[in-house]
Design a protein around this ligand. Sequence first.
Ligand code: ADP
Length: 331
Amino acid sequence: ASFSQNLIPIVCLDIGGTLTKLTFATKKGFILNCETIEELKIITENEDYEIHFTSHPNSLDVLIQKLEQIGFIDDGKSNIQNFYITGGGSFKYYDQIQNYGNIIRINEFDALKFGFKLLDSIKYKNTYFTFNNDIENLQLTASIYPFILVNIGSGVSILKFDNEDQFARISGTSLGGGMFLGLSHLFTGINDFDELLRMTKQGSNAATDLLMNEVHLGFQSPSRNKNEKHVAVSMGKLKQNPNINQSDIVKSLLYMTTYNISQIAFLHSKLHNIERVFFSGHFIRNHEETLQCINEAFSYFSKLDQQNRHPYFIKHDGFIGSLGSFWNGIQ
Ligand code: ADP
């Protein structure tokens, strides 16, 4: 079956180093054959759209299977006119995907820019939040600009957005989600990201990391915040203590990754004098342990500098690039 003209879906793909993010927009009246992870309703001047988000590890077969399940590809015949496609991995699948529709490529940083423009323009009420043991939604009434964006994917990009059109990649680090996944796999043999994150809930880094209060015995500096959990030496106890349980190691790796990124993020926020720092990317995927670690780390470095800054998170955090491709598609 092919769709009537007014129900043709808008399909956006953000193919990263690890994951393919599939975002598609359907108009009111479209009956969906599959479940998606999240949905967002967007009302533009002319249309009401429902946007659906789903992601999977990069694989052309899985992608085609998903498009078939949804009903966008039927018996090898595609109902998709255009694929809006972004992300560093998009070149790899270009030839095969174009068998199913025209490809319109969008630079990945432009896609992020358009994504934020869209989020800012719809003022969707529960988009931004802070996290300290629990989610607290931010009710933003004014514009979100200027801000710093720390996008944690396989690697980490740090971008500065001055306004909705002006942005620059100002920094980054290779110690991101890919490193966390790689080292966790090396230590535990486990590949499944969500299982690793579940393990961090039971794990404690006290047996693996050398903590501040163990190094500076009895020494209390007002700026050190006296928080015993803060790490002086990541993996500093592994040598004395080789039989450590796997959950503890993964917890340590989560601390190591998030503290390092948060410190770099805070320094850039200070350097550029921009208070608002958003964290996004599929490494976060709204896992509570990750949100909590980033909050603790960022707040800690901020307090050391006699400031009181907290990180901000974004509900559709891994999908801003593909949302931006969609926005570009309907403009
Ligand atoms: P990229 O675009 O660079 O691939 P993403 O934003 O897709 O980046 O994030 C990739 C990272 O997300 C991985 O390195 C890993 O830390 C994390 N991640 C979250 N969920 C998964 C998953 N299901 N499978 C693999 N990695 C995942």
